[in-house]
Structure formats: C-alpha cells, structure tokens
Design a protein around this ligand. Structure first.
Ligand code: B16
Ligand code: MG
Length: 217
C-alpha cells in the first residue's frame, strides 16, 4: 500500500459546519455594523479563529479594538457557534463518509484528524465519532495554524509515521498549502480539488478507496 495512514481535515471533509460558522460570524458582524457575507465566510475555511476575526474586521469602521476586546469578540462568536453545534447528531455524518471510513480502516490504514478547530472534540462527539480516530491533532495542540504544516506534522508524530506515509484530505487552500509545506501528499475535495498543488483531485469522499492505493481519479 502506498500510504499507511489518512489524516482528515474536519470541517468541509468529514462534516459541514460552515453554515454555523457563517451564522455566528454574521451575528457578530451585524453587532459591529460591519458587512459580512457568504463569500467572506468562504475565506475563513481552515483559518484559525483569531485569524478569521481579522478577516471579519477588514471593513470595520468603529473605534480601535484592543487585543482583549478582540479575544472577547472571538469568544462571543464561539459561544454562539457552540450552541449551533449542540444541534448536530450522528445523522450529520453521511452514509458515504461513515462507510468509507470503515472501509479504509478495514484496508489496514490508520485514521487521524488534522483540524484547525478548537471545537474538534465537541464536533466528533456530536457526530458519534468520539474515540473513533487513532490520533486527533487539532486547534488545541498547535501554536501555528494552517497554512503552517504543524497540525498535520503533529498528527503524523502521534501515529509514529513519516509524512510520506500519510495522505492528507482537505477542502481548503490553506490546508493544501499546509500539506505541501509538511511534505504530505494531499487529496482535495470541493474547492481543494481545483488547486494545482493538490496531489489527488477527488470528486467525492469515496474516491479515497482508490486514491489511497496511489490511483489518480
Ligand atoms: P474554531 P478545519 C477550521 O476547521 C474551519 O474550517 C475554520 O472555518 C475555523 O475558523 C477553524 O477551524 C477554527 O475553528 O473556531 O472552532 O476553533 O477545516 O481545519 O477542520
Ligand atoms: Mg476544512
């Protein structure tokens, strides 16, 4: 087998919480009288919470904000986002993702998460995937966010495998850049299937069954 492990991004790959991110950032932006729309929300994929806040504040025209005030704003957004996450359940995991994960494990591959999100433990628990993965590297164990490779490098270390033995699955440009910087091959879904740097552009999650053998779709 070409790879011994697969490291999955979470939001946009295993599940889809971008609308909840949108609703929570939109409420915050409205309270600050600053414009925010779906296209700006798309720029937040894979980007850390504090870096996302800077993008949300790009057109903000109010009084200057201290670092403490920015942290308070990010916390307010996150509190609202987490209330939306409470409505998630195992029904939010698609049959395709569930069956593909099980088939990849049956092929002998280790399975890990590499996500920028500090809410990864809550999301995995809501999906019924708490304890499912062999390693979870997320926003809680990193100091540098994607496009830095740290989140994937740490996942590989947790699995005790070299990057060349791990395939990263991503939906975001920042995530593909992170995979490249860490010397990981990458499989891209959605927007990431269009990037030149993506090793294996994919149409659908189940394509991983052939891509993990090194087959281009
Ligand atoms: P949190 P991923 C990323 O998750 C999201 O795509 C991104 O929109 C979010 O800002 C980031 O997590 C941080 O999330 O505020 O929950 O810590 O795509 O890397 O799984
Ligand atoms: Mg993502």
């Amino acid at each position: 087998m070409k790879y011994e492990a697969v490291i999955f991004d979470l939001d946009g790959v295993i599940c889809f919480t971008d609308h909840y991110h949108y609703l929570a950032w939109k409420a915050l932006a409205d309270s600050l009288n600053t414009p925010f729309d779906e296209s700006k929300n798309d720029r937040l994929r894979g980007v850390s919470r504090m870096d996302s806040l800077e993008i949300v504040l790009e057109e903000y025209q109010g009084p200057a904000l201290s670092q403490e005030e920015k942290v308070a704003l990010a916390t307010k957004k996150n509190d609202l986002y987490r209330t939306y996450l409470q409505s998630m359940s195992p029904a939010d995991l698609s049959d395709e993702v569930r069956s593909t994960l099980n088939a990849l494990r049956a092929k002998g591959l280790k399975l890990a998460i590499g996500s920028s999100s500090k809410n990864t433990p809550l999301i995995l628990e809501r999906l019924g995937l708490g304890g499912f993965f062999d390693a979870v590297s997320d926003g809680n164990n990193i100091t540098r966010s994607k496009p830095d490779p740290q989140v994937f490098t740490m996942a590989a270390e947790m699995l005790n495998l070299a990057p060349e033995k791990c395939l990263v699955v991503e939906d975001a440009e920042a995530g593909i850049q992170a995979a490249c910087a860490g010397k990981f091959d990458s499989a891209g879904l959605g927007p990431a299937s269009q990037y030149e740097k993506t090793t294996y552009p994919m149409k659908t999650f189940a394509d991983l069954l052939s891509v993990t053998d090194g087959t281009k779709i």
